[in-house]
Structures are given as C-alpha cells and as structure tokens.
Design a binder for this molecule. Structure first.
Ligand code: PMP
Length: 406
C-alpha cells in the first residue's frame, strides 16, 4: 500500500513551519510558486561552498566540478522527462523564456495566413509570444474554446484544424482551473497533419511526471520554481531534429563554434541555445528538486493530493455563495472560486490576516477571466505537503469572512 507521512514531508520544507500574522502559515499558493525542500537548499549551498566556477572552460578542478554538477542536472532532467538525449534539454530562465525561444525559432517557417492554435485557457506566456511572432510573420493565433466546466472543447479543436494550421501550443494543466488536458490524442491528431506541438507543462510537473516520448510532442516546457526548485531556471525539451533546424535565440559566448568577422558558426546542441554564463547553481538546485521528487512514492503523493481536493470540494457548500470555477473531470488540486458579495482581492487580504496564503486576480489568463465574466478569481492551489487540517482552516477562514463581510 502507498505510504505517505505528510508530517515527515513537511519537515523537509523549513519555510512551512513559521507563523504569519500570528497564525501558523497555511501556504496554498503553490501554483504561483512552490516551496523548496532542504535537499534543494543544501545542494545549492554545497555547490557554492565547494564547486563554484564557470562551466565548460576545462581549465581547472573547480571548473570541472561545476561542469559535472551542471551537466549532471541536465541528465536528471532528461531522465525526468524521458527524453532521448541531453542534446534535447535546453536550460532557459523559465517557461516564459522557453516559449519565446520556440516561437522565435519557428518564425522562419511561418508565412501570412498560417495558423497557430492555442486554447482559451492559456497563461499569457503561451499566448503573447505567439501573437508577437504572428505580428512579424502575418500568421494568426486562434483559440480553441473551453466548455463552461473548464474543459477543452474538442469539437472546437477539430473544427479549427485545417491545412493552414502549423502549430498547436497547449497547456498540459490550466493554472486557473486545474484542468488536466487530454494532450496525447490532440498531439497525435496534430502530428497526422504535420502540425508542430508545444506543451506548456508549468502546472503539470508539480503533480505528475510527463513522458515526452510517450506524448510524442515536439516541445515540452516547464519552470523549476513551480516544481520545488529555485527561481531563475526552466527547461525546454525539443525534438533534436527541430532544434537543429531552428536558428539560435540569443547570440554571445558559449553558443558559438567559431567566431570571425567573416563568418560565425553555432555550437552543437544544446549549447547553441545557451548564450552566456548559465544559471549553474539553479540547475543544480532543480536537479536536486527532481531527485527529491523521485524519492517520493508518486502514487501515494497523487492519492494525498486527490484527498486534499476532495476535502475542499466537500466543504464548498459550507460557505454560502461560494462557487467553484473549473469543474473538469480530470483535475490537479487547484481550486479557483468566487464568493457572492466579496471581491477576490478582499478574500485574499482577509485570509492573509489569518496566516493563509492564496492567490487572487486574473492569474495571467485574462481571456479566461473574460470567458467566465469575472475580473479575477481567488485560487487555492495545493501541494503534497499541504494537510487536510489546512484545507479545513481555509474553509473556516472563508466561512468567517463570508459571515462578516459578504
Ligand atoms: N504557463 C503556465 C500554465 C503557468 O502557470 C505559468 C506560471 N504561472 C507560466 C506559464 C509562466 O511561468 P514562468 O513565469 O515561470 O515563466
């Protein structure tokens, strides 16, 4: 049977055991950024104390140690995603930079009238880079509709597909709704028609492990800071063949093979896309985060997360006027909601006074807010280190706010 001792897990995350506004912290803003286990803090500390130097210079021992740690982390990411080769793992600053890199790299393939499909539930990071490229190339960005429950409208997807469609850029999991999209059959459908596919895994990887070879997508992107690693680094997985064909994103050191005023040539993958000194300690930290996750019983983690969401769903009726936005059948533990008579930002502020951290606002998904006709939502997003008692405290807090202010 799966084993999961949440109290032991919580001891791995030092930031969680503190008081905020006189109350024990309840951190339910994991969708915005997750907390870091001691293993990550220690790996980064040890890196700076014992091995820091610039990488790939090969001049001395510290440089070799730093390079081994840095490239070791790349291998950890490769294994995590089940990519074929570390040549396909590019370090970026995060999901946002990874999508911008791909959009820029695919721009030379686009011509006026070409179509890029995204969905109505995308984060701005998977809309705006495509709009910028569309502006440059004359291509168009079209949204796949969502249903009132917050699922992808598959009829809309099929009706949008045509021989001008070039790219499908889709989120694996919605940061607002928690919906897990059925990306595999959509990728399969796209592939049959020669459409390139990018999956935004920013909200997926904190909850489950994707397999890029099983998905058969062309690109998969995520951010370290949402998967219990440090800020400032993220990952682009790309099919080697496509990465070979794409132009570099930024120019500078590291990404070149040879520079002269007559002719400059590019480095091999993955370095062609990694201009400048990289975020070395952060790569090491992300590697440690993925190793930490790998040491957990993932089935037990999933069961614990499902139990948190189920408890939250059970308690919704205990708050008069509370309504969930996003009731898809397949969800990660993310709960967007509104409460009649209360502005989302007031809900956030009043919960914070009770030591409870949630996120309020448009969540960088304004088109989705427009679809639901709301200026924003309140969002509680759970991680495996949250407890059922914390879910109860959230609802006790909401009941109190509703009684006093709605
Ligand atoms: N996509 C999704 C689905 C997200 O939730 C986020 C972060 N909220 C991003 C992209 C952007 O990630 P980052 O800010 O780390 O680049």
């Amino acid at each position: 049977p799966p084993t999961f001792d949440v109290e032991a897990i919580r001891r791995d995350f030092p930031i969680l055991s503190q008081q905020v506004n006189g109350k024990p912290l309840v951190y339910l803003d994991n969708g915005a950024s997750a907390q870091k286990p001691e293993a990550v803090l220690n790996a980064m500390d040890r890196y700076y104390r014992e091995m820091h130097s610039n990488v790939h210079r090969g001049a001395h021992t510290l440089g070799d140690r730093a390079t081994a740690a840095f490239e070791g982390a790349r291998e950890t990411v490769r294994r995590f995603l089940n990519a074929e080769s570390t040549r396909e793992i590019i370090w970026t600053r995060g999901t946002t930079e990874a999508i911008n890199l791909v959009a820029n790299g695919l721009a030379p393939r686009l011509k006026p009238g070409d179509e890029i499909l995204v969905s109505h539930m995308e984060h701005h990071a998977n809309i705006v880079p495509w709009q910028m490229i569309a502006e440059r190339t004359g291509a168009r960005v079209l949204p796949i509709q969502v249903t009132p429950d917050g699922e992808l409208d598959l009829d809309s997807f099929h009706s949008l597909l045509n021989d001008r469609t070039r790219i499908l850029a889709l989120t694996h999991v919605s940061n607002v709704l928690g919906t897990v999209n059925p990306v595999a059959p959509l990728i399969e459908e796209a592939k049959k028609r020669g459409i390139l596919t990018l999956i935004d895994g920013a909200q997926a990887v904190p909850h489950f492990q994707p397999d890029v070879r099983a998905l058969d997508c062309d690109f998969y992107v995520f951010s370290s800071h949402k998967v219990f690693g440090p800020t400032g680094i993220g990952v682009l997985y790309g099919r080697a063949q496509l990465l070979e064909e794409m132009p570099p994103y930024q120019g500078g050191g590291e990404m070149i093979e040879r520079v002269s005023f007559e002719r400059t040539t590019w480095n091999v993958l993955p370095y062609k896309f990694e201009a400048g000194t990289p975020a070395i300690a952060e790569a090491v930290g992300l590697g440690a985060a993925l190793d930490y996750l790998g040491g957990l019983d993932r089935a037990a983690v999933e069961a614990a997360e499902n139990a948190l969401l189920a408890r939250a769903n059970e308690l919704v009726d205990s708050v008069p006027g509370m309504k969930i936005i996003g009731t898809a059948r397949e969800k990660v533990p993310v709960m967007s909601f509104k409460i009649e008579g209360l502005h989302p930002s007031d809900i956030g502020t009043l919960l914070d006074q009770q030591g409870i951290a949630i996120r309020t606002g448009h969540h960088c998904a304004m088109p989705l807010m427009d679809f639901y006709g709301v200026p924003g939502t309140a969002r509680a997003s759970f991680a495996f280190y949250n407890t059922l008692e914390e879910v109860d405290r959230l609802f006790t807090g909401l009941q109190k706010i509703q009684r006093l202010f709605a």
